[in-house]
Every structure is written in structure tokens, then in C-alpha cells.
Design a binder for this molecule. Sequence first.
Ligand SMILES: Nc1nc2c(c(=O)[nH]1)N[C@H]1C(S)=C(S)[C@@H](COP(=O)(O)OP(=O)(O)OC[C@H]3O[C@@H](n4cnc5c(=O)[nH]c(N)nc54)[C@H](O)[C@@H]3O)O[C@H]1N2
Ligand SMILES: Nc1nc2c(c(=O)[nH]1)N[C@H]1C(S)=C(S)[C@@H](COP(=O)(O)OP(=O)(O)OC[C@H]3O[C@@H](n4cnc5c(=O)[nH]c(N)nc54)[C@H](O)[C@@H]3O)O[C@H]1N2
Ligand code: SF4
Ligand SMILES: [Mo]
Length: 721
Amino acid sequence: MSTVTYCRICPATCGLLLDIEDGRVTKVRGDADNPLTQGFTCPKGRKIGDFHAAPDRNRTAQRRNESGQLVPVATEDAIAEIAARLTDLIATYGPDSVSLVTGTQSAMASLTGPFARAWFRTLGSRSMFTPQTIDQSAKWVAEGRMGAWGAGRQRFDESDVWMLVGTNPLITMQGGDITGFPVHNGFRRLQAEQQRGLQLIVVDPRRSETASRADIHLQLIPGSDAFLFAAIIRVILDADLHDKEFCADWVDSIDALREAVSPFTTEMAAAACGVPAEDIERAARTFGAARKGMATTGTGPDMGPVANLAEHLVQCLNVICGRFPREGDRQAYGGVLGAGRPRPAEAIGPNRDWERGPRDRFGYGQMHGESPIGTLPDRILDEGEDQVRALIVVGANPASAIPDQLKAARALGSIELLVTLDPFMSETAQLADFVIAPVMQLESPDTTRAYETLIDAPFGQYTPAVLERPEGTIDDWDFFLRLTWAMGKSLQIAGTEYAPGSSPPSTDDVLASFTRRARIPLDEVQSHPHGKMYDVPLSVVGPPTPGTTARFDVMPADVAAELTAVFDARADREERPFLLVVRRSRETLNSMGPRLPGLPRRGYNPCFVHPEDLAKLGLEPGAVVTIAADHGAVTAVVDADASMRPGVVSMTHAFGGLPGDDDPLIRGVNTGRLISLDNELQAISAMPRMSAVPVTIEAAYSPSAARATSSQAAHVASLLG
Ligand SMILES: Nc1nc2c(c(=O)[nH]1)N[C@H]1C(S)=C(S)[C@@H](COP(=O)(O)OP(=O)(O)OC[C@H]3O[C@@H](n4cnc5c(=O)[nH]c(N)nc54)[C@H](O)[C@@H]3O)O[C@H]1N2
Ligand SMILES: Nc1nc2c(c(=O)[nH]1)N[C@H]1C(S)=C(S)[C@@H](COP(=O)(O)OP(=O)(O)OC[C@H]3O[C@@H](n4cnc5c(=O)[nH]c(N)nc54)[C@H](O)[C@@H]3O)O[C@H]1N2
Ligand code: SF4
Ligand SMILES: [Mo]
């Protein structure tokens, strides 16, 4: 008998059937009876048992002793000591000295993020950081400057066209409110929609898994998206393809937009982007002539050199074409375990929250209550009123993820108190004062409620814990409850108050409290282990709030100035011959995967280069090269990949361990070492230039010679010292 559950490594929630013997997963199959995911799995999900049984998994909490060694400690003792030290720091330096960093994996278990933030709220600190500001912060900036639509996205399955810009959702499962792409069994869903007549347009310098299925693929020069989208908007406005009624009702500054894009002819964009003018024209007209369908982005444009502007222009396209759900339309997302309230068909005006509220010592304001994580190393390293002295990290690995890894690791290695909750000895855990061992997903119950912004059908699923938890582990959410209590405070969450001294709830109790207002009661969902597609109508979009005056602002003055600057710099040439772009692989999820033997096939992250470029460089696949950017250099192995645009190379991030542990042929290298936290930062978010990074590639002598350059060795010494 197989055990039924679903995977929570990424938000695609693939249904799984597990064979379990002696408390270990011995076989993993996709669950064909899961009506949402229909048997689909990926290589990470198929290794879910190995993640849990990994010999180097943290099965007990650890504390760094006086001689610098991490040694086992009882979790409750660790919590008591951490609480005492945090209380002291707050008394001496104020609440801003204590900071929370959540990450990708704190979003995967539905209770972790909410409990971590609820604990953080009790502190009164303003030092909150997440990877959003080294990810797609341009989406927040664009929304803040232009406004958003209250009712969210149009439905992929009702659209005639969809434009995906710098995203590869067939591999990354980045869908839902981010790209609108249906990620559950996405290959089959895309095929069905294209057979129905959907036109797929993909804008990507690589012929990715998604781009190779596109009807139109614009294989542009990385970093040139702003030119492309200014030109597309110009074509649409000139041909009168925009939605005039929607614009009259909801949109300001159309004339300013028209004027701002007027210099961006298709011919000049073709030259700047390196794609034929007729392809730009065809993409613009295909998009503009459609009835429904949106343009959505991933990390590609949002990690580039003009991220905020590029994202703004893509979203402009949706706004001027009125590509949003209207009153009475079916909403794009929302399963059955949330309240499923109708969202209003109305604009939410620009709010520019970073211009109000506190600013850090560099002048950055906060977005959604967060400070830019690119500033965190300096906030730790340099004295100042807002110096960060303690960091609680959950589901994140900032020592691998924050660009300029040398600086990030140096900061994390020198902070007064670093606590991380991590099932593995991540790069961050290796530097920590306390490592808390969390319960892993198969050892804990959960529901699909938190993923409902990705689920485009009335589906719900509950899974019980299917493996025993190791004795020394604690649930991530429970750690934050106990820490709050140990600091003498009450924790308030989802309408419930958990006061110190009250009896501790179970995970199931908390899941029940989070689904109190569910459209389908949790116990009904629990009675269908494979998950169930309910025969209830999807929520529909509600009417606008009476008297609302909010409108989109498509061309505020700061955006217009950025567009002018880009136009004026159009003839500038990058000094290095290649542009390095981001790339995510099926086998890894950021730093989850590189550590699991046999998951990334080769163990390291090659640098993918077009075969013609390899020939020009006189290199064979497998050659060891030095990749140099303005900010730093790494040693890597090249591989041939004809899906690249010539002149563009790509590597997966989050390999390589800490500085000094990297090895191009064994565990790979961390591409963050090529990225600066000081130069070419985006305004507002301090987002570094992480894609379209100019690099040179040269044959290296030997991997070991290049491995420990003197500067790395010095940094490693300082980390250990
Ligand atoms: N398997 C797997 N899934 C993941 C992750 C993972 O590591 N592995 N990570 C998760 C995370 S944290 C995130 S944020 C999401 C990200 O999800 P995606 O945004 O889909 O991530 P990528 O696959 O890196 O896709 C970025 C694409 O942008 C292209 N690109 C690069 N530079 C440019 C540019 O300047 N312009 C344009 N138009 N395109 C460009 C690249 O060629 C690449 O195909 O994925 C999530 N899912
Ligand atoms: N050069 C470069 N740098 C990048 C990127 C890039 O494309 N290029 N991408 C950026 C992006 S988009 C992002 S989102 C960030 C990612 O930044 P992070 O979210 O900080 O990185 P992850 O590697 O996803 O960290 C997840 C950690 O959670 C741990 N974990 C796994 N399961 C559990 C669990 O059940 N409980 C707990 N407590 N922990 C768990 C994992 O072992 C891992 O250490 O990196 C950014 N950095
Ligand atoms: S796509 Fe892979 S990692 Fe994501 S839920 Fe499915 S099996 Fe798990
Ligand atoms: Mo991300």
C-alpha cells in the first residue's frame, strides 16, 4: 500500500505516492489520482525521501561553543538562551538591532512565514529582510509607481495570447499571481491551451524549455527589455490597439506615455535588442489584437541592469490594453480552503510606500515593510544607529544567496548572534551560533491553502505527517511560538492569541484555525487523501468600491527620466564580450539540491556557452575557464548549449559552498561572486545587477590553482577567525 501525500519542495504541490519501509521512503511515484497534478513530478520531488534521510541532515539543535565548534544542545535550552540574548540586545541597542530573514523554504510550509512574522511583530523592529529584493523587487516598484488591479490576473485558460518575459515556468513552476502560467502538470496544460488556439510569445535570450514551445520567440540581447517594450507600446498606441474605454475609466498619463515611447521605433529597438524589427511588430500586433491575455515576467528582466524600468513597461502593456478581469469574470486563482472572497474590479493607485515611513542609513525606504537585503551586509559590518546585531534566519540561506558572496559571508560570520533554522548545514548554518533542526515536510501535516494564489481550480488537499519526526527537531512555526513565549510575550495570529503558559497547540490545531473561513470545511477536504476538485463555482470578480477614484499612473516623472536615460545611453557598448544570465535547473531549488549527492547529475554548475562561441574561444566542452566580471572572478567548466543566444552564457546560482570550498569540478561555484552590491544598484530596492552581467571567458590553467586566490584565502581566514 502506498502512502498518499504531496510535495512541498516548490509551490507546484505535485501529488506523490510513497512506499515507506522502516520509516524510510523507498520509492516515489507521481499520484495519477491527484486531480490537479495528475501524476506529474520532477527530479527533486522524486528525491524527496533522500532529502529526509540524508546522512548529514540536522537531527538536533546545535550551539557554537567557546572553541568555535557546533555541538548538540536541547532545542528548549537553545530557545531560552536565544531569547535571553535577544532581550539583552534589544535593551541595549533597541529593537532594530534584531532582524528576521525569511526565504524560499519558509514559504513552502504554510505556517512558517506567518508565525515567523508574528514573532517579529512582537519586537517592534523595522529590520526585516527577505530575498524578494534580490529576486523580483521590480514588481513591487512597478506596482508602487503605476498601481495595480484589485482583481488580479486574467485567466490563462481564457486567453488568446500570453507573453512570458524572462521566465521559464515549465521548469521553475513560477505561475499564479506572478506569471499567470498554469504550473500544475504545465507541459500538458500548455499543449492543451495551444491546441485551443492560445498564441504563446516568449521573450528570452535562451531558447528555454518554454521558449522552444512558443509561437513567437524574441531571443533578445539580455538587459534590452526596456527598448523592446517601449517599442511594443509605441506600435500598439500608434495602431490604436489599446483599450480606450478601460484607459478612460482607469488610466492617467497616457499622453505622457505616448510621448515617452515616441523615440523608440521598431527599427531602433531591433538594433538595441538584436531581434528582427518585423518580429517585434508581429509580437506587438499579436498581443494588441487579442481579446484577452497578459504579459508577465520572471527573474530575467527583473534582475537586469534596468530592472525597474523594464518591469514597468511590461506592466504598462497590460494596463493600456485593459488586460484585467472585470466584474463578473471568473477569478484566476483561489482554491477552497481560503475564504475565496470576490476581489474588486478596480485600480489600486500608486502607493510608493518607500517614500513614506522609515529610511535606512543609505536613504532606502521600506517596501511592504522590508528593507533591501542587498544592504544587509553593510548594516551588519558597519557601525551606525541601524546596525543589525542579531539575525534569525528561517528557510533561507543568505550566505549563498546574497550577491557579493565574499562580503555577505564576512558579514554573517561576524554578526553578534546568528540563528538559523535549517535541516541542512547550509552555508549560513556553517557560520551560525545556533542551528535549529526543523521537522521536514513529510513529518508534518499541511494543506494547500497557502498555495491558492497558484491554483486556478476549486481544488483542496490535506496531507497528514507520513514519516516520524527525529526526536531533536521542532516545527518551524512552533520555534517562533516558543521563542515569543520565552521572551515573555503573547503571539497573535489568524484571529487567535497564544498566551505564554497556555497549552501548546498541535500543527493540526493551527491548520484548523487558519482554515476557519474555508469555502469547503477542512474535515471534508481531509476525507479525500488525493485532493479533490470540488463542484463549486469559482469566485467571480466583484464590483468596484463605490466612489473609488484610484487610477493607474502609466508614466510618472521618475519613470520618464529613466526611459530618457536609457535612450541616451543606447550607443554605449559593454566592455566585455559575453553577458552572463540567470538559469534555473530542474534538479535544484536555489541551494536545495546542489548538496544532495546525485541530484544535480554532475554535482557542479557548468557555464553554458553556444557551440559557435566555444569554437571562437578555441575551447572544448569540459574545459576549465576563468569567468571574470568587473566585480570578481570564478573558475568554472564550460559546456556547449545551442539554446543560448551567441554572446550570452548562463550558469545556475547557489552552488559552490562558502568561499574557499568551491571547486569547479566538484561542487561548482557561486555566481554571486561576480555580482556587486555597490555598483549598478536599482533605485528604491537596491537590487543588484544579477543578470546580463558583462564577463570575459578565458582558459584557466588548473582548477586547483584558480580555486584559492589570495583574496579568497584571506576572506576564508577572516570567516574562521
Ligand atoms: N527548478 C527550480 N525551480 C525554481 C527555482 C530553482 O532554483 N529551481 N527557484 C525558484 C525561485 S527562488 C524563483 S525566483 C523562480 C524564478 O523563476 P523564473 O523567472 O522562471 O527563473 P529562470 O528559470 O531563472 O528564468 C529566467 C529566464 O530569464 C532569462 N533571462 C535572463 N536575462 C534576461 C533578460 O535580460 N531579459 C529577458 N527577457 N530574459 C532574461 C533566462 O534565460 C531564463 O530563461 O523559480 C523558482 N523555481
Ligand atoms: N547569483 C544569483 N543569486 C541569486 C539568484 C540568482 O538567480 N543568481 N536568485 C535569487 C533568488 S530569486 C532568491 S529567491 C534567493 C534565494 O534565497 P534563499 O531563499 O535564502 O535561498 P535558498 O537556497 O532557497 O534557501 C532555503 C534554505 O531553506 C532550507 N530548508 C529546506 N527545507 C526547510 C524547512 O523545512 N525548514 C527550514 N527552516 N529550512 C528549510 C534549505 O536547506 C536552504 O538552506 O537567491 C537569490 N540569489
Ligand atoms: S515540481 Fe518537483 S519540487 Fe515542485 S512540487 Fe512538483 S515534484 Fe515537488
Ligand atoms: Mo526567488
